[in-house]
Design a protein around this ligand. Sequence first.
Ligand code: LLP
Length: 448
Amino acid sequence: MAESSRLNPAIWPANASQWEKSGELTIGGIKSSQLVADFGTPAFILDEADFRARAIKFRDAMHKFFGENAHVYYASKAFTSIATSKWLAADGLSIDVCTGGELAVALAAKFPPSRIEVHGNNKSLEEIEEAIKVGVRFIVADSLIELDRINSIAGKLGKRQSILLRLTPGISAHTHESIATAHEDVKFGFSIASGAAMLAAVTAINAANIKLEGVHCHIGSQIFDDASFILAIERLVKFIADLKKSHGIELDHLDFGGGFGISYVDGDDPMDVELVLEKIHHALVTQCAKFEINIPAIAIEPGRAIVGPSMVTLYQIGTVKDVVLEDGKTRTYISVDGGMSDNIRPSLYGAQYSAVLANRISSAPLTSSRLVGKHCETGDIIIRDIALPSDLVPGDVLAIPATGAYGRSLASNYNHILRPPVIAVRDGAAKIIIRREKISDLLALEEG
Ligand code: LLP
């Protein structure tokens, strides 16, 4: 049977397709009707092969341009689980965590601590101690208070902890304000421009139980322009050179974080990863030559660009209602069985998504619709404006692509909704990697 190519490959997982005749969406070789019958809705469906291929693509591209010393730290915050951590371990990636919780998941997956990096602007003493005890590769230090804490906890444990310094290169990357992280007025890191970064470097160098190995920055998330990355590299290299000049110490690690943008809707035009890395490599080589320093080992921390496009959310429609607007036009409100508790991104960042009818074909005319959740809040909108078939009925299944990043990981229990499961699919087999929450999970926290 011929498959249609009506799904935009820039938005959907590689192994998703929609059958020409029935209109049924298939992911990882499994029909959505089967997934709905077996696992219910809402559910996150993760295309394992797609996730792993994207991770491997980053790994290989980094090795190609920056050599075998280059590392890809997958950003757990985008989505983490024991299963995905095991895949990343097997596929030779590293992991970044920013809390004890994310570290616990990586360790539960037996992820090698020597390939884990720890972030956070306010790590607790317990988080720092655990990280040092298990032997993580780097703690990325974010403040002078934290340098002091790392030094004293490492000393108490009889260890010398390798660190990177999180620097603020003073760049306004073009993205949503809440996810830009490297301009000056921000809570993260040490400012290069103000001199705070140099002071932190000297403090770290003088700390007996700290081994300062390099610098780090993260300029923001969902970035579409490579100029910001290149500027960040140039400023970090200059900082390494300035430190060498003033203190005779040459740092040999440079991690420029994550942030690679992805497509959510038709027309989004993210950068090609290989192309950006090639340009960054060029900028790095030029800048290192200019300032006469060795080329440092390079690391990146993509989250969204690996897991984002590899997941799809399946919802079932519960109600359909026509609302007459002030201008006399009609808008169809389509309510699904999830909403802002499994995808807060539209309300938090004005993020846009697309949707398809996943369980059948419809030749009904398209009508101006709004896709909303089931929460008691007007802002509980998944897609503000979308043209959907006018014959949608309760029980129809809608699939929203590109929900892998910051979907399940930002999920909440608002209105005591149960967080959806994550189902990994591959070659016609499905596996629950995070089960659906139960009412008993919620009640288990109650002390009554
Ligand atoms: N490294 C660091 C230090 C980060 O803070 C982040 C994201 C990443 C790496 C991964 O960035 P990515 O490659 O995924 O863009 N909740 C927001 C995104 C917040 C990003 C926070 N930091 C959203 O849903 O758009």
